[in-house]
Unconditional design. Structure first.
Length: 147
């Protein structure tokens, strides 16, 4: 399909209609949740920095070693927000409207973890978001509106 034909086909859709279709696609997407899980597992925020660090008190030293033994990806002493997996497994994508989305967890510890480590952990890396939009969501949008 040529760009002109695509433009003409899209003219029958309002911005609000397209946003609604895109929101339905993204909210059902499992790949975005996998990307978020991998971020948490590596112990990084969407901006690429560490989620946090364990205290150096004797108790937390023991816990940091325990966590590092189970998941060495983030590095010793770096928080990964993966222990039982309930926080990450409880993640869902929520549409905030107007093309904005967030990732929220239904886990009982979610509010405490977000308070401690920040709301930024409800987002994903911008590079991953751009890749998902280009290679996953856009093709699904085109197929769903039969272009």
């Amino acid at each position: 399909m040529t760009p002109l034909a695509l433009k003409q086909s899209l003219q029958r859709y309002t911005e609000a209609n397209l946003q609604k279709i895109v929101a339905q696609i993204i909210v059902k997407d499992k790949e975005i949740l996998q990307v978020k899980y991998e971020e948490l597992q590596r112990g990084v925020t969407p901006l690429g920095g560490p989620i946090g660090f364990y205290s150096t008190s004797p108790f937390w030293e023991w816990y940091a070693q325990e966590k590092n033994d189970r998941n060495p990806l983030p590095g010793y002493g770096v928080v990964d927000l993966i222990d039982t997996g309930a926080f990450a497994k409880g993640n869902t994508v929520v549409s905030l409207g107007s093309g904005w989305f967030t990732i929220e967890s239904t886990d009982s510890k979610a509010d405490m973890l977000i308070e401690k480590y920040g709301r930024i952990n409800e987002e994903i890396n911008q590079e991953d978001w751009n890749r998902l939009q280009k290679f996953s969501y856009f093709p699904k949008l085109i197929r769903s509106i039969n272009l």
